[in-house]
Design a binder for this molecule. Structure first.
Ligand code: ADP
Ligand code: ZN
Ligand code: ZN
Length: 743
């Protein structure tokens, strides 16, 4: 970064690919030496000199432009955060691999966008001898200055008093504090503090000695670290096999080497117990990042990381961009989770970006899962990454005894309830023993949707092609756009009065349970009950404390939690997620069921898992019930190979959105022709997306398959070039490389 350079390359904030390149600007005298690569600046842009923002990517002493064609930088954006050199490298990689513009990629990579003022802590500090202060207090008493007297008497007893205590507990105004200061009795000391995220329940973790399997992993990775070898590792370990314990040891090792650790977790719901264990072991050296934090809280965690105040950050995929001075280890727990893939442009996958970041910073990557993604397992089998297996539960507990219940048989025997006879019997038993139960409703698809029992019409959102869901008896809500309507009394198409909910949602399950077991306390965990800040933690800790005997929920309850008293897990309709038109439907179903079944019997008591399904022969369900990952992998990989889906090949989804259905479909056809003439061999579509309309935008998808990412990158580039000159007119495009959800 040469100080005093005269010119700067600036990437301007745009979402238009045409402008996605650096433009040259002059650095005015007053900013010389202040602006550096990474500075966020204001610049005039275009013929009208509209003010825009952008990032300086490089400084230069000369440019290839006539002096009078170069515009001046207007200034540095107030309160902005300077991007680090490495941010550009990562952003370029993301842009290159996943599309979008460099400025969009930079926004992803720079973890805190705005500076925040530190919190100020004020303390009243005594300046006089105790006797002098007592004399002042007596004087205040004579003058009937009660508030001032209170402060002085408190000062006589304490040398330092937090101002918040005086204005809070003592109920004294800041004017009174000022008058005490004026009398010379004390002064106000100001110090600043970073915001620290609160953590609900910090447990000292009890030291365990590693078992053989764990030891093998820890010593193998540690000896690589000692030898200065950077590696990528996959720990395939059944739930409860002690992976977290391994992560803790590896983190400790990394800290001893003077380096820092990024620990990625897929969802906030997982943080509760994992966080407690990391805090228990590393105390204040740990912090978290999560989506419910304020910008100030986020900024402070990044500052603490930069300054070396913390060594470990725990968070979702965005935590990957924590600006540690020397990251030595990235851990990715539950590496198969779909939430590691970004759903907005650039649609990057944290796993791939983590590999890149580790490469740049010389760090190792450790991934773990009970049900690894097909991508990682394939890479492990090919030797590209190192594979470790942990096949037994570390705490000694047995895997749950699993049974598959055929719901079709239940129905034919006249049982129309959502609980099979077997599940009901086990619930009765566990309740009477005082043990805990988790009921899991695999609520993919559309629960709570309303249909006409006579003509079959489903109540759809007028703006999106998805069914609306019934809430609290009378309102219909669209979960895509938020549209709310009253439930009609009669069918809009045939006039019938018989409108009813098709599938049970978690709310209905809770209702049923309350009727069946009026004395049993229940908790429910789903999107609706966890919208408030801190709700996850509250529900989980109250279940963990035994305040309720039954926890009912969606996929959020099945992952990662360790409740020793849970001895029964009921999966109400295991195949709900199988019917989704997505090449990952089986994989997701397998993962959910295997994870859910893994929740039972984590303590010393034996556990049961009951899997209710209409498709008892599906390999995803059978393999999950047997906890047989290897068999599932074989079956699923054979399907991916024959049907041509990742990881057998790479897949690029090009999604076109537009309000005019006809124009959108025409442009999509044009694009297909462009892609074909580029030489792409496997092009599917265009076809309307699974959900063909969202928020009044029609969606068309083209899928392109190729074994080489570089070919797909080329196809993306020619498509972008074609669209630059096309009449887009309210339409826009998104690219998704190796999508995890087929839209
Ligand atoms: P995972 O992350 O694979 O689900 P955990 O690390 O959470 O597994 O371990 C599951 C349980 O077993 C935890 O309660 C943990 O304290 C315990 N545990 C882990 N390793 C050992 C060990 N070596 N000896 C005894 N208990 C262990
Ligand atoms: Zn009808
Ligand atoms: Zn809608």
């Amino acid at each position: 970064m040469e100080k005093g350079s005269k010119y700067a390359d600036v990437i301007i904030d745009v979402s238009i690919d045409k402008l996605d390149r650096p433009f040259s600007y002059r650095i005015p005298e007053r900013l010389s030496g202040i602006i550096c690569a990474g500075s966020r600046v204001r610049i005039p842009f275009g013929a009208g000199n509209t003010e825009k923002k952008g990032y300086v990517t490089a400084l230069r002493d000369t440019v290839d432009l006539e002096e009078d064609k170069i515009k001046d930088i207007l200034g540095i954006v107030e309160g902005s955060v300077t991007a680090q050199d490495v941010s550009f490298e990562i952003a370029s990689y993301i842009r290159e691999t996943y599309g979008g513009t460099l400025s969009q990629a930079l926004k992803v990579v720079i973890p805190a966008k705005a500076k925040a003022k530190p919190i100020e802590l004020k303390t009243l500090v005594r300046k006089m001898e105790r006797e002098q202060i007592l004399a002042l207090a007596d004087e205040a008493f004579r003058r009937k200055q009660t508030a001032k007297e209170k402060v002085l008497r408190a000062l006589a007893e304490n040398e330092r008093i937090p101002n918040s205590w005086i204005t809070g507990k003592l109920g004294v105004s800041s004017q009174t504090v000022a008058s005490v200061v004026k009398s010379g009795a004390a002064y106000l000391e100001t110090s600043s503090e970073y915001r620290k995220p609160a953590i609900a329940d910090i447990r000292e973790s009890e030291p365990v000695s590693l078992n053989d399997g764990q030891n093998r992993i820890v010593s193998s990775i540690c000896s690589d670290l000692d030898a200065g070898l950077r590696g990528t590792y996959l720990i395939h370990g059944v739930t409860g096999s002690g992976k977290t314990e391994v992560y803790l040891r590896l983190a400790q090792k990394t800290l001893l080497m003077g380096k820092q650790v990024i620990f990625l977790i897929p969802e906030i719901a997982l943080t509760y117990q994992t966080l407690a264990r990391f805090y228990g072991k590393f105390g204040d050296r740990v912090s978290v990042l999560n989506s419910s934090m304020t910008p100030g809280e986020r900024f402070d965690q990044c500052e603490r990381a930069k300054n070396g105040d913390i060594d470990i950050i725990i968070g979702p995929r965005s935590a990957l961009f924590t600006p540690f001075p020397n990251t030595g280890l990235v851990i990715m727990d539950e590496e198969h989770e779909a939430s590691y893939k970004s759903e907005s442009t650039p649609k990057y996958h944290a796993r791939e970006v983590a590999k890149k970041i580790c490469e740049i910073s010389g760090a190792s990557l450790v991934m773990g899962s009970a049900t690894p993604s097909l991508e990682s397992y394939t890479a492990a089998l090919s030797g590209e990454i190192k594979l470790f297996e942990l096949n037994e539960r570390a705490g000694g507990g047995e895997l749950a005894q699993t049974e598959i219940i055929d719901l079709r048989k239940e129905l034919s025997l006249g049982n129309r309830s959502m609980f099979s006879r077997r599940l009901k019997a086990l619930m009765d038993e566990k309740i009477s023993k005082g043990e805990q139960i988790m009921l899991f409703l695999n609520r993919r698809g559309f629960s709570g949707q309303i249909s006409c029992r006579e003509c079959g019409k489903v109540m759809m959102c007028p703006h999106c092609e998805v069914p609306m869901s019934l809430h609290s008896g009378s309102r219909l809500i669209c979960h895509y756009c938020g549209e709310v309507t009253e439930k009609p009394d009669t069918c809009p198409s045939c006039g019938s009065k018989y409108l009813a909910a098709i599938k049970a949602g978690t709310e209905q399950v809770e209702d049923r349970i309350r009727k069946m077991y009026p004395d049993v306390k229940t908790l429910r965990m789903d999107k609706d009950t966890t919208s408030e800040k801190g709700a996850y933690d509250r529900i989980l800790s109250s279940f963990s404390n035994g305040e309720a005997q039954i926890l009912i929920g969606t996929q959020m309850i099945v992952k990662g939690h360790d409740f020793p008293n849970v001895t029964l897990v009921g999966i109400l309709v295991a195949d709900l997620s199988l019917g989704v038109p997505d090449y990952r439907a089986s994989e997701r179903t397998f993962q959910l069921i295997a994870q859910a079944a893994g929740r039972a019997g984590r303590g010393v008591k034996p556990g049961n898992a009951v899997i209710q399904t209409y498709q008892p022969d599906s390999y995803a369900i059978v393999c999950a019930a047997q906890q047989d990952y290897g068999k599932f992998y074989e079956e699923e990989m054979a399907y991916r190979e024959s049907a041509g889906y990742p990881p057998a090949t790479h897949l690029l989804a090009l999604q076109l959105f537009g309000q005019d259905e006809k124009k959108t479909s025409l442009l999509a056809s044009d694009l297909r022709d462009v892609i074909k003439s580029y030489g792409a061999k496997k092009v599917l579509g265009p076809a309307p997306a699974n959900i063909a309309k969202v928020k009044d935008y029609y969606r068309y998808v083209i899928y392109i398959k190729s074994p080489e990412v570089s070919e797909l990158t080329g196809i993306r580039t020619v498509s972008e070039e074609y669209l630059e000159n096309a009449d887009m007119n309210g339409m826009f495009v998104q690219f998704d490389l190796d999508p995890v959800n087929q839209i």
